[in-house]
Design a binder for this molecule. Sequence first.
Ligand code: ZN
Ligand code: ZN
Length: 374
Amino acid sequence: MAEKRDYYEVLGVAKSASDKDLKNAFRSLARKYHPDRSTEDDAENMFKEIQEAYAVLSDSQKRAQYDRFGHQGAGGNPFGGSGAGGFNINLEDLFGGDIFSSMFGGGRQRSNKRRGNDILVRHTIDMEMVLNGSSEEIELDLPCPCQSCEGTGAEDGDTTQCSPCGGQGRMRVRQQMGPFVQDVVKECRDCAGVGEIAKSRCQDCRGSGRDTQTETIRFDVPLGVENGTRMRMRGKGEPAPRGKGSPGDLFVELEVQEHPWFERQNSDLIMSLPVGFTDLMLGNTIKLPHIDGDDLVVKIPSNSSAGHTITIRKRGLPSSRGGGRGEVVVLLKLHVPKKLDKATKKALEQLRKVLSPKDIEARIRKDAEDRRTN
Ligand SMILES: [Zn+2]
Ligand SMILES: [Zn+2]
């Protein structure tokens, strides 16, 4: 790194400058060099330098230390471990809301401090887990910053200003959009929007700044969770491009496996149950194993019809909003055997006389005649 300039020199003020002088100097310089508006060469670095100088000199304690010991006194990085760019100046305070918004336009997006991409993984759970909840543990190969270069992709972390974008991280490109030609600002490809590139590539990650590591992710499946619910694990996503900025988030999308006989409707479970004609006629009680471990007792009343439903309360799934379990709704379906042996056939022939609706053909015929004569 080049010799650090004196902070007073950077802001162009005397050593005796008052707080107000400092503020005024910083304001006009920040306006001049703000990378989003400045046409100056090297505005980005100038802006950083100005920010750094102001951050130190506007803090009376840090200023006193700097006055006594110079850059050494202020420490290599006076702003904590967050590296370059970790300045804690509230620009909004300094400029007022209006100037802030016009000056910073796109807000955070335009800053060279980037955020890594989010990662989405799917995780399948079964209906029992929706019912009982579950503590899950999954192993994932997740991207992480390369240790050798701290994610910068540069040998020894040594970077230099990106020349295609002049360190801006963004480039103005002329784009044909239908009949119009438009200037759009795009992220610089060479530096992935960071504004800096490696002097030479890190050997270990071949310049990508990335590595992968196997991580165990633990989370609880909430009771009554809906299919497609996403659980967010902050900071477990992709690392920021070139190690500058914060990592993205990891989302685990819960996919509830389809159940062989239950269909879910919110907290209710719907199932269709094939029953025989005699079950409908005479009624029956059928016990079925249920996902809660206790048998589900389905009481079919006599004289039921196919298509009737039987509701069993509080045996469905817990509601994700709390408030107890839903219902199991059993839809009765008539099961018609495909093949009958001779004896059964004979028995059914006997029953036909009894069970078939009486005179139905004659009644319909009469109805039709009545209509014709009216
Ligand atoms: Zn660039
Ligand atoms: Zn590396």
